[in-house]
Design a protein around this ligand. Structure first.
Ligand code: SKM
Length: 282
């Protein structure tokens, strides 16, 4: 009460981000004095390597916190004074909080995916999950699934080194769970045995049309999760829902990271459902 929150987002090509509206809308509903600004590196004509200078400027200007997105999430790992354990394992920071001169780094992408998953697919089986795509979003979804006790996670990426690298990191963090990588030849049979599938590539976005795998292979009861949220109803989500699969669209993760960030920044529990409804009206 009485606090003024000044928050920002640093990244490339982010002028159309919905995160400012999500934070400000929920903060308003909570009665907080809260402003969220965009710092687009492309607009500012600054390289990603300037993220440290931008953070220092923000701190000097009295900012409370900064969200960080592509291509700066790894760079910021070395710039914070205190790194949250999960962010360290994920090797990605998407939230920096300025705490009395101390920079604390967090990762709310995995928290956002986890919370969205549990809320959007209650009771979903994590017995054997297949994941397609092992980039930044894929690291967060894999981490969330294993944190929630996924017994077996089969990772696939068009670049096999990315899948191997993510699998190795996840095995170190979750040594009692099974994390495998799939070759293109193994993908179909893995999908046929999956209790759920996570899609974490850019496919389905405006300039990447299509569906990354054959939905016809999936057992009828298996759930389908997409990280793409523009459009919210991707071809994958529409077709999976038409076939009767329980589905989780990418909006859940987008809202979840904003909700988790807002909570860490303010110490106040936001209303996730209200944020979800707000997002769907944006
Ligand atoms: O991690 C998030 C970030 O906090 C906000 C964002 C956005 O608004 O585009 C994307 C993700 O990287």
């Amino acid at each position: 009460p009485g606090d003024r929150y000044l928050v920002g987002l640093i990244g490339e090509g982010i002028t159309a981000s919905l995160t400012p509206a999500l934070h400000e809308g929920e903060a308003r509903a909570l009665g907080l004095d809260y402003e969220y600004r965009i710092f687009d590196l492309l607009e500012l004509g600054r390289p990603a390597e300037d993220v440290g200078a931008l953070l220092a400027d923000a701190q000097a200007a009295g900012f409370t916190a900064m969200n960080i997105t592509h291509p700066c999430k790894q760079l910021v790992l070395d710039l914070v004074d205190e790194l949250d354990t999960d962010a360290a394992h994920l090797r990605a920071v998407n939230l920096v909080v300025f705490d009395a001169g101390v920079l604390r780094g967090y990762n709310t992408d995995w928290l956002g995916y986890r919370d969205g998953l549990l809320a959007g697919l209650p009771g979903a089986s994590f017995q054997r999950v297949v994941q397609i795509g092992c980039g930044g979003a894929g690291a967060a979804t894999a981490y969330a699934l294993l944190s929630e006790g996924a017994e077996r996670l089969d990772l696939f990426d068009a670049d096999p080194r990315r899948a191997d690298e993510l699998a190795a990191r996840m095995r170190r963090r979750f040594p009692t769970q099974v994390v495998t990588t799939l070759s293109p030849e193994q993908l179909a049979s893995a999908i046929a045995g999956a209790s759920g599938i996570v899609h974490a590539t850019p496919m389905g976005m405006l300039h990447h049309p299509g569906v990354a795998f054959d939905l016809g292979l999936l057992p009828p009861e298996a759930w389908v999760s997409d990280v793409v949220y523009r459009p919210l109803e991707t071809d994958l989500i529409r077709e999976a829902a038409r076939r009767g699969h329980p589905v989780l669209d990418g909006g859940r993760m987008a809202v979840g990271q904003a909700c988790a960030s807002l909570q860490i920044i303010t110490g106040i529990q936001p209303d996730r459902d209200r944020m979800q409804r707000h997002f769907r009206g944006l």
